[in-house]
Every structure is written in C-alpha cells, then in structure tokens.
Design a binder for this molecule. Structure first.
Ligand SMILES: Cc1cc2nc3c(=O)[nH]c(=O)nc-3n(C[C@H](O)[C@H](O)[C@H](O)COP(=O)(O)O)c2cc1C
Length: 177
C-alpha cells in the first residue's frame, strides 16, 4: 500500500507512554511536519510551543483543567498521559481560519509521529483551562506571539499501550453526489 495511505490507516490515539525521551532528530522532524502544513492564504500564523513532559507548566495547566471541572476525583492519567513531549499550537485569535490551520498542522504532526513509529494523541481537553483566568499567564509562559490563543495540542512519545484505529461508517458520513 502507498506509504502515506498506510500511515493514515494505521494511526490511532495512544493513551499510555514509556519514559523514553524523543531524540532531537525525531523532535525536529515533528516540528518540521507542523511547519510544512498548508495555511489559509499562506499566512503561517500557527505557533508551536514544544514542552518537555516534566515541565511544571503542564502540571499547572492540569491543575487549572481539574479546577474547572470541580477538581473532585484525581484521574488515572494527566491530560497528556504522561507523554515525554507535548506540543501546544496557538494561532492568531483575529484570523477566522486559524482553527482550521491548527487542525491541519496538528494532524501533520500526528501522521509524522505515526510514520516514525511514535505514539500520539491530539488534545482538546485543556481548551477551557487555556481560555480561563490564567489565559495570559499561560500564553506568556508558553511563548505565544502577541494576539495568539490556544487552538489545540498533541502529546507524543513511545507507545506503552496500543489500540486499533477507530471504526467508521462511510454509508452514514459520505454522499457521492
Ligand atoms: C480536536 C480533537 C481533540 C481531541 N481531544 C482529546 C483529548 O483531550 N483527550 C484524548 O484522550 N483524546 C482526544 N482526542 C482523540 C480522539 O478521542 C480520537 O481521535 C478519537 O476517539 C478516534 O480515535 P483514534 O484517534 O484512536 O482513531 C481528540 C481528537 C481531536 C481530533
């Protein structure tokens, strides 16, 4: 099968990681994949904040997310499943295509990770935490450019767990006109 189609077919979300770090070459390839994504009008207004899994800013985001949910029972995993790397994508808040641009870029990273044999999971669950009372603090700590806001994130690392790709119903979701 065509290599790209194979990677698309085999990608699935990983929700358990080993402690093994990514190499600089792997990290560089993932960042390039994000930067190579197409953007509307080629504005390239997506920013990539690359964060070590042990950076305290991630624990702060986790705390904010839990506080927003009532902070009751501690979940079995943090929001990024203890992955060694998280990339947070931010985009120009004033540009109407930035959510689409970020979505395309994050999928480029996900497919690049799958192609390198790395696990990954796209993360939307911190959306409210990133837009709440600590919005400016998080934006500054993560190096968002002026006027940018959180769009989406992705955790990446070596797989400790695997799952089958999701099933889908083409008859329901596709119309061939
Ligand atoms: C925009 C978006 C946000 C997501 N947010 C989360 C998340 O916060 N936590 C999580 O575990 N998975 C998250 N996912 C992963 C989806 O749950 C997953 O892609 C879906 O269940 C299909 O499974 P698969 O990726 O294994 O094929 C997100 C996926 C997308 C596209």
């Amino acid at each position: 099968m065509n290599e790209i189609l194979k990677v698309i077919k085999e990608r699935s979300s990983t929700r358990g990681y080993t402690a093994e770090k990514l190499t600089e070459a792997e990290l560089g390839a993932l960042i390039d994949a994000g930067l190579q994504a197409p953007t509307a009008a080629n504005r390239q207004e997506i920013h990539f904040s690359v964060i070590d899994g042990e950076d305290p800013i991630l624990a702060e985001i986790q705390q904010e997310m839990l506080a927003g949910r009532g902070g009751s029972t501690a979940p079995a995993h943090n929001f990024y499943y203890e992955a060694p790397v998280v990339i947070i994508l931010s985009g120009n808040a004033a540009f109407s295509w930035s959510a689409v641009d970020a979505g395309i870029a994050v999928e480029n990273i996900a497919l690049a990770a799958e192609g390198l044999g790395l696990g990954n999971v796209i993360l939307g669950c911190i959306k409210d935490a990133m837009a709440g009372a600590k919005k400016e603090h998080f934006a500054k700590s993560l190096g968002f450019p002026e006027g940018y806001e959180y769009k989406v994130a992705i955790a990446i690392g070596h797989k400790a767990t695997t799952k089958e790709p999701h099933e889908y119903d083409a008859a329901k979701n596709v119309t061939r006109v």
